[in-house]
Design a protein. Structure first.
Length: 239
């Protein structure tokens, strides 16, 4: 799931990756809103709010939205650098390592929220979560050639509309019927991503309300547990 890249990947593998990472992203996104009142993965909304508060002159809140966007970009940058170095050194498990770093960060943020209640309501928490979402989205985007984008619901919704139009054209004979299976597979992937993000969001609200920082720690540990076998698989199959 986190070893083969680009065209070497099957739709089933991409769907599994999307379900896992989009589910976690949805949970982290809503948990951040419950904890601090900001979304850690919704960059479209955050930039819109940034614009609104800049116009209204509330520079303090505008600055917070700007920092969230910068933290997300920093996470994507860190993931990109890590993956580039790993690929140059032929480290096949580099994508799994990137997601493990994300898991460790989420676990640390959750532990901080449990041990220090003030941290669980702080700007540092949401910035750390946004950094983690940038890490995740960059890794998923790179390994799948942008087929899987775990925090980018607007893009997935757009792709669903495009694939539906292509399927209808193929059924009507306006496009080659051979493309129908490929379009249907892509549609299933995009729908799975949005459904997983939605389900994760619901669970994020429920579990963060009940358990607070333990929910973040649990999400981080889930990522680590899922990714550890990928390290062993990469060692057993170096090519």
């Amino acid at each position: 799931m986190l070893i083969r890249e680009g065209e070497q990947r099957t739709v089933r593998v991409d769907v599994g990756l999307a379900a896992l990472l989009a589910g976690v992203a949805g949970a982290i996104n809503t948990a951040g809103f419950v904890a601090v009142g900001y979304y850690s993965a919704n960059m479209t909304g955050n930039v819109s709010f940034l614009s609104e508060y800049l116009v209204s002159g509330d520079l303090g809140i505008a600055g917070m939205f700007a920092l969230i966007v910068v933290a997300f970009i920093a996470g994507a940058f860190a993931s990109g650098m890590m993956i580039s170095v790993g690929r140059r050194r032929n480290i096949r498990a580099i994508y799994a390592m990137s997601v493990i770093v994300e898991g460790a960060l989420l676990a640390a943020l959750g532990a901080g929220a449990l041990l220090f209640p003030a941290f669980g309501r702080s700007a540092a928490l949401i910035l750390g979560m946004s950094f983690a979402m940038g890490l995740q989205n960059a890794a998923a985007t790179r390994i799948s050639n942008a087929r899987v984008r775990t925090t980018h619901v607007s893009g997935m919704a757009t792709d669903i509309g495009l694939e539906l139009s292509a399927i209808i054209d193929a059924i009507r004979g306006k496009l080659p019927r051979e493309e129908l299976a490929s379009n249907a597979a892509k549609l299933a992937l995009h729908c799975s991503t949005i459904i997983a993000f939605l389900a994760g969001g619901v669970l994020g609200v429920l579990f963060y309300t009940l358990a607070g920082g333990a929910m973040l720690a649990g999400a981080g540990m889930l990522l680590i547990i899922v990714c550890m076998p990928e390290l062993g698989r990469a060692r057993r199959h170096p090519n």
